[in-house]
Design a protein around this ligand. Sequence first.
Ligand SMILES: [Zn+2]
Length: 131
Amino acid sequence: MFKKSSKKFELISPDNIYYSYTGEIFYKGIKNVWNYETVTFKKSEYYCKDCNTILYNKKINLELNTEDGIKKVNNIYSCVSCKKFHIIENDLVYTYDAGEDFEKKLYEFDELKNNIETFQYVDREKDLKNK
Ligand SMILES: [Zn+2]
């Protein structure tokens, strides 16, 4: 389940970016790390304040299980260092801490078209175990 928090993710600002003469982008104090060969995850405009790493995101069209019930989600963000997935709303963030399952979940999201039943099923199983 995605847990609610009021954590804020910062947008990467022009102050953090500079370009080399070849047009290459460099980031001041922000890491651009992505160790996975995903097809659909792209670099986002946010970075994680916990580990200063750029979040990667994927446009999706899914209903996910959050602390506030099932939510329609258009965009899922991922921090590769913290091994977490985030749903970013205006003042709220819903976070799924994938831990050791991070890679598995990432590829589930990556390969996904419009069906995330697998994800919800595994999620429910875990919730039951915690009771
Ligand atoms: Zn992080």
